[in-house]
Design a protein around this ligand. Structure first.
Ligand SMILES: [Zn+2]
Length: 259
């Protein structure tokens, strides 16, 4: 099987039981260290629920991601710009970021927008940074998806549990019971992807940044490590959008009624 990241020939590594019933092979690329399942024919079934029932960490993760993203934005970006949460799920993260004043919009091809209605991404919106949490492991075509994302913005902040080597069939992040994780990366795979698009790859634990900015790896690490402190320190300057967003939505509804 050809590697979906670097196109080299992969080695068959092990088998897993997807959705409790499909025996599926996992392939490892010795060149870029990407691990992928065989062609994922089960995805329609796996996405009957956009957020799997066993994903009990979803809300805590969103809170943690807010602290990390707000700190990265405060330290390295212009916080008055517009940002996009790509594959934003139910819109929890967009709402949380708007609550503390960041102009985030939402996009997701598979999930209904429950919490960020009225703040959908519109083609042509100028986006300073994309966030993509828990996305890359879901990608059937990582290179093509990144191409689309880099057309929208030159910088992507994302989370990724990097794969320990040698990878074992019982690595928890494979989570075959939900069937949604089909693509896995080490830091080397992510370096390869960044280089392919002419970006710098910075990482600190599960947080990664693909960027064109002149940010040092050490500085990124420090910001992620101290994000709780940075977040609290800056919180006084954040101007919540809760009230102004409500006014905006009420106006939208009123405009629709008056048409
Ligand atoms: Zn590869």
């Amino acid at each position: 099987m050809e590697c979906k990241v670097c196109r080299c020939e992969c080695e068959e590594k092990f088998e897993g039981l997807i959705l409790g019933k499909y025996k599926v092979k996992y392939y490892f690329c010795p060149n870029c260290e990407h691990l992928q399942t065989e062609e994922p024919y089960w995805l329609k079934e796996a996405y009957k629920e956009p957020i799997a029932a066993e994903d009990t960490g979803v809300l805590q993760r969103n809170l943690n991601n807010r602290v990390a993203a707000a700190s990265v934005l405060s330290c390295f970006f212009d916080i008055d710009k517009k940002f996009l949460d790509y594959a934003g799920g139910y819109g929890v993260f967009v709402r949380l970021m708007r609550d503390v004043g960041f102009d985030f919009v939402w996009e997701d091809k598979f999930s209904p927008n429950l919490f960020a209605r009225g703040f959908e991404y519109k083609s042509g919106d100028k986006i300073d940074l994309i966030t993509a949490f828990e996305l890359f492991e879901h990608l059937e075509k990582p290179v093509e998806e990144l191409e689309k994302m880099f057309e929208i913005s030159s910088d992507i902040l994302f989370t990724q549990n990097t794969m320990p080597l040698p990878v074992k069939p019982n690595w928890w992040y494979l989570s075959p019971s939900a069937g949604q994780h089909i693509s896995f990366y080490t830091n080397k795979t992510l370096d390869f992807l960044a280089e392919k698009f002419g970006k710098k790859h910075l990482s600190s634990g599960e947080y990664h940044l693909f960027t064109e900015k002149d940010i040092e790896q050490k500085a990124f690490e420090e910001v992620i490590k101290n994000s709780a402190h940075i977040y609290l320190q800056n919180a006084v300057d954040y101007k919540s959008r809760i009230a102004s967003d409500m006014e905006y939505i009420l106006k939208l509804k009123n405009d629709v009624k008056n048409i």
